[in-house]
Design a protein around this ligand. Structure first.
Ligand SMILES: O=C(O)CCC(=O)C(=O)O
Length: 243
């Protein structure tokens, strides 16, 4: 549950860090279930799992996953966490009681090789004619996340600026604010311990630096929507059995 101060912080800043959201024995189980995931997915991703790979100039580098969509199907512990009271009580406090899972995605910023995520708003991906920016994300730290290994960074209050113009770059897999990742003076780095979760608004500007350290920075993001925000999305979610 959230205190009035935490709720106010979220409303003003667009994000909220919850320390020790998930117990460490659950995190240990997630770690066990995703052991060797790069190699396993390179061999044969299971049906329904979508993998975005890091793209390197050096062909000798081992294949590294950047993001893995539908992570709840590769890790039963993630599936349990996303449905647990600790998570849903906070989501409910922030978006109300009618909650659908939008998606669950592993964000694996591998040691040395994990690349940056340029600044963007998630709603730039999720906007449809028939929905509103009501979705919320919770990024869960599986490893310690620091500035050095590419923790998430937010521009506080930017969720109040409306949807900004994004562009699609040939060499990247998504849409981002113009320009590549670079430090921003108005951004706040949210360093996390394993088990911490950070909740954030679908309009907040966020991004992350490359992993220049020897430590992996593995996170999972759980995105939730308000049920009925979009009929189209609810049908898609049902087809993918995500609800
Ligand atoms: O992996 C990260 O650091 C950020 C990922 C992200 O921003 C996203 O998936 O929207």
């Amino acid at each position: 549950m959230l205190t009035p101060e935490e709720k106010h912080f979220y409303e003003e800043n667009g994000y909220l860090l919850k320390k020790h959201l998930v117990p460490l024995d659950w995190i240990a189980q997630v770690k066990q279930e995703i052991e060797g995931i790069h190699e396993r997915m390179a061999a044969q991703p299971p049906e329904g799992v979508t993998v975005s790979w890091e793209v390197y100039d050096d062909p000798a580098k081992p294949k590294r996953i950047k993001q893995l969509m539908h992570s709840e199907t590769v890790s039963p512990a993630l599936n349990r966490i996303l449905r647990g009271d600790a998570m849903l009580d906070i989501v409910e406090a922030l978006i109300g009681p009618d909650i659908s899972l939008y998606h669950s995605k592993l964000l694996l910023k591998a040691a040395h090789d994990g690349t940056s995520i340029p600044w963007h708003q998630d709603y730039a991906y999720w906007k449809r004619d028939d929905n509103h920016p009501l979705m919320i994300n919770c990024q869960l730290a599986i490893d310690e996340a620091t500035l050095e290994n590419g923790c998430i960074q937010y521009v506080p209050g930017s969720h109040k600026w409306g949807l900004q113009e994004h562009e699609r770059k040939k060499q990247t897999f998504g849409v981002f604010l113009p320009g590549h990742y670079r430090e921003r003076e108005d951004a706040v780095a949210v360093e996390m311990e394993a088990g911490d979760g950070v909740f954030f608004n679908s309009l907040i500007i966020h991004g992350s630096a490359p992993n220049t350290s020897r430590k992996d920075r593995r996170m999972n993001t759980f995105a939730y929507n308000v049920t009925g925000n979009s009929l189209t999305q609810c049908r898609e979610a049902l087809r993918g059995k995500e609800i």
